[in-house]
Design a protein around this ligand. Structure first.
Ligand code: B12
Ligand code: SF4
Length: 502
C-alpha cells in the first residue's frame, strides 16, 4: 500500500531549527515494517507543491501531523489533497489529540487519531488495505460509511460518518513495551535539508544531528504543559534498546550530535546511569548529546550528572518556570527553588553547560512575581535562558483557568506560539502590557549583563553563527505586530485560503 505522511508547513515568527519530525519518523518506521511504500512530505523543507507530489505518488492513505499552531495548515493541506483524490486522510498529533472532534467534523478530514499513534495508524492502514481489496477506489467516503462500519471497533479514533454521526471511540491503550517499536525511519527524510535542534556542536547547518526518545510520557502534571496528549503513565525503553538505537545513529547514520527529547528522562535514575554506562562501555561517548527538554532537578544528583558527562552529555536543561515560590507551587511543578539552585550547581560543578526554561505571565502573576523570575534566572545563571510568554494550550489547566476567569487575546490557532512578543491573555491584575514589558526585560536583563556579554563573545559558536544570533535577538525583542505576511505565504503555498479561524 502507498502511504503518505505529512508535516504541514508552519514557520515560527523567529527562526528555529528544522529537524526531522520524530513522531512521523516512528509512523514511517511502523509503516515500512508493515511492508508499505512510504512517502514522507515535510513541507518545511520540500520544494515541490503538495498537489504535484500527491498526483504523482497517488497515496492510498494520508497521515498529517498537527500541533496547535499547525492545525490550520494541516486542514489546508487536507483540502488541497481532497481536490485531487478522495484518499482517506488521517490527522494526529498533540492538538488533534486534545480537540479531536474539531478536526473530525471537517469535510476534508476523515479520521482524527488521539494520543500515541503507531498502533492505531497500523490498524487503520490495515482497514484501508482490506477496503482496497474489495474496491480499488476505496476512499474517505467508503471508510466513513456507517453501513459498512469499518471503524466501529478501532480504539483511539474520532470520526464523523457520512450520515453526520460523530463517533468518539474509547481510548487505545498505550504501547506497553516501547522496545517493540522499530527505530525512527530517517531514510524517508531529506536529511541534508535539516539543521540541528539545539546545537550541541558548533555547526548549525549540515551537522548530522538526530533526535531520540528514551522514554515517553511524564508522571507530573504541570498546569501549563500539554503533556495530556501522552498517557499519564511514564514508560521507558530498556537501556539495551536505547543503546542499540544510539549505536545505529552513530555507526550507521554518522550522527555527530544527538538531542534527547524525553519529557522526564531521569524519572528512574538507575536506568539513566545504566544507559550512560553502556554508552561509555561501547565507545560511543565521543558523540556529544544534550537534553533538549528539562530533566527533573530533584533527581539531578552530582553523581548522575558526572556519569552522564562521561557518557558525552554536553548540556543539561532544567524547567525552572518561575522565581516566585507561590507561583511555583500553584503550577504543580512539585519542586522548590533550593533544589533547582542545587541542580544548577551540580551541573556546573561537573562541567556541563546549562539551560533554564522560564515562563513569564503564568496565572496569578504580577509585576513582583515576574521580577522574581528574572532575578532567579540571573542568580542560577544558566548558559542559555529561555523565557517563554505563557501560552495557554488547549487541554491544559491554564487554558481552563484563562477560559473561565481571564480575557483570552488569541482567536486564531496560528497565534498559539510563544516567541512573538505578544501576551496571550489578561487575568486579574496581570495586563498584556505588563507581561510583554517584563518578557522583553527578562531577555535584556539576563543577556546584557557584562559577564554574560563577555562570556558570549568568548564562545566559538557565537562567532560562527553571529548573523543568525543577532537576527533572532532582534526578532525576539522587536517582533512583527501582524503576521499577515506569514499567513498569506503559507496559504498561497497551499493554493487555498479557505480555512477560517477557530
Ligand atoms: C521536539 C519538539 C519540538 C521541536 C520540533 C521538532 C520536530 N520537527 O518535530 C521544536 C523545537 C521545533 C518545537 C517547536 C514547537 N513546539 Co514542540 N515539542 C517538541 C517535543 C519536546 C518532542 C516532540 C516529539 O518528537 N515527540 C515524540 C513523538 C514520538 O511524539 P509526537 O510527535 O507527538 O507523535 C506521536 C503522536 O502525537 C501521534 N501522532 C503525531 N502525528 C500524527 C499523525 C498521524 C496521522 C497519526 C495517526 C498520529 C500522529 O503519533 C506519534 C507517535 O506516537 C514535544 C513534547 C513531546 N513530548 O512530544 C513538544 C511539543 C510537541 N511542542 C509544543 C509546542 C507548543 C511547540 C511550539 C508551538 C512552541 C513555540 N515555539 O511556540 C513550536 C511549534 C513549531 C512548529 N513549527 O510547529 C507542544 C505542543 C502542544 C500543542 N497543543 O500543540 C508540545 C507537546 C510540548 C508541551 N508539552 O507542551 N517542538
Ligand atoms: S513541564 Fe515537564 S515535568 Fe511538567 S508535566 Fe510537562 S513534561 Fe512533565
Amino acid at each position: 500500500m502507498r502511504v503518505m505522511l505529512i508535516n504541514p508547513q508552519f514557520r515560527l515568527p523567529i527562526d528555529t531549527r528544522t529537524t526531522p519530525h520524530l513522531g512521523l519518523a516512528y509512523l514511517a518506521a511502523v509503516s515500512e515494517e508493515r511492508g508499505d511504500e512510504v512517502f514522507l512530505f515535510d513541507a518545511d523543507v520540500e520544494d515541490e507543491p503538495i498537489n504535484e507530489v500527491v498526483a504523482r505518488f497517488n497515496p492510498d492513505i494520508v497521515g498529517i501531523t498537527a500541533n496547535t499552531p499547525q492545525v490550520k495548515s494541516a486542514w489546508r493541506t487536507a483540502q488541497a489533497i481532497k481536490t485531487i483524490k478522495d484518499v482517506p486522510i488521517v490527522l494526529g498529533g498533540p492538538h488533534v489529540s486534545v480537540l479531536p472532534a474539531e478536526s473530525a467534523k471537517r469535510p476534508e478530514v476523515d479520521v482524527a487519531v488521539r494520543g500515541e499513534g503507531e498502533t492505531v495508524w497500523i490498524k487503520l492502514c490495515g482497514i484501508v488495505e482490506e477496503g482496497l481489496k474489495q474496491n480499488p477506489n476505496f476512499g474517505g467516503q467508503d471508510l466513513l460509511d456507517p453501513q459498512a462500519g469499518h471503524l466501529n471497533r478501532l480504539l483511539g479514533i474520532t470520526y464523523t460518518t457520512t450520515d453526520e454521526q460523530e463517533c468518539h471511540n474509547p481510548d487505545h491503550p498505550p504501547i506497553a513495551d516501547l522496545d517493540t517499536l522499530p527505530f525512527p525511519a530517517y531514510q524517508f527524510f531529506k536529511m541534508d535539508r535539516y539543521t540541528n535542534l539545539q546545537p550541541a556542536t558548533d555547526a548549525i547547518d549540515g551537522s548530522k544531528s538526530f533526535s531520540m526518545m528514551t522514554s515517553r510520557g511524564c508522571p507530573y502534571r504541570c498546569t501549563f504543559c500539554s503533556q495530556s496528549i501522552m498517557p499519564i503513565k511514564w514508560r521507558a525503553r530498556s537501556p539495551e534498546n536505547v543503546l542499540a538505537e544510539w549505536q545505529h545513529l552513530v555507526h550507521n547514520l554518522g550522527a555527530e550530535e544527538i538531542g534527547v527529547l524525553d519529557d522526564s528522562a531521569n524519572v528512574q535514575v538507575d536506568r539513566l546511569e545504566k544507559i550512560a554506562n553502556l554508552i561509555i562501555e561501547n565507545d560511543i561517548n565521543h558523540v556529544p548529546w544534550i537534553f533538549v527538554n528539562g530533566i527533573r532537578a530533584n533527581l539531578a544528583t552530582k553523581d548522575l550528572l558526572a556519569k552522564l558527562k562521561m557518557a558525552g552529555l554536553k548540556r543539561v536543561a532544567f524547567g525552572v518556570e518561575s522565581g516566585d515560590p507561590d507561583i511555583l507551587l500553584s503550577i504543580d511543578k512539585k519542586i522548590d527553588h533550593d533544589t533547582i539552585r542545587q541542580a544548577f550547581k551540580n551541573a556546573k560543578k561537573v562541567g556541563l553547560e546549562t539551560m533554564g526554561f522560564f515562563i513569564v505571565g503564568l496565572p496569578g502573576e504580577n509585576e513582583a512575581s515576574m521580577e522574581k523570575t528574572i532575578k532567579f534566572a540571573c542568580e542560577v545563571d544558566p548558559m542559555i535562558a529561555n523565557f517563554s510568554m505563557m501560552t495557554p494550550y488547549p487541554g491544559t489547566k491554564v487554558w481552563e483557568i484563562v477560559k473561565r476567569q481571564g480575557n483570552l487575546l488569541l482567536n486564531d490557532w496560528e497565534d498559539y506560539i510563544f516567541f512573538d512578543g505578544r501576551a496571550r491573555y489578561e487575568l486579574g491584575d496581570m495586563t498584556a502590557e505588563m507581561v510583554e514589558r517584563k518578557w522583553k526585560e527578562s531577555y535584556r536583563r539576563f543577556y546584557l549583563r557584562p559577564h554574560r556579554i563577555a562570556g558570549t563573545l568568548a564562545r566559538k559558536d557565537f562567532w560562527i553563527n553571529w548573523r543568525r544570533t543577532f537576527s533572532m535577538a532582534f526578532k525576539t525583542i522587536f517582533p512583527k505586530k501582524e503576521k499577515t505576511e506569514l499567513r498569506e505565504s503559507v496559504a498561497n503555498s497551499m493554493g487555498k485560503n479557505s480555512v477560517k479561524s477557530p
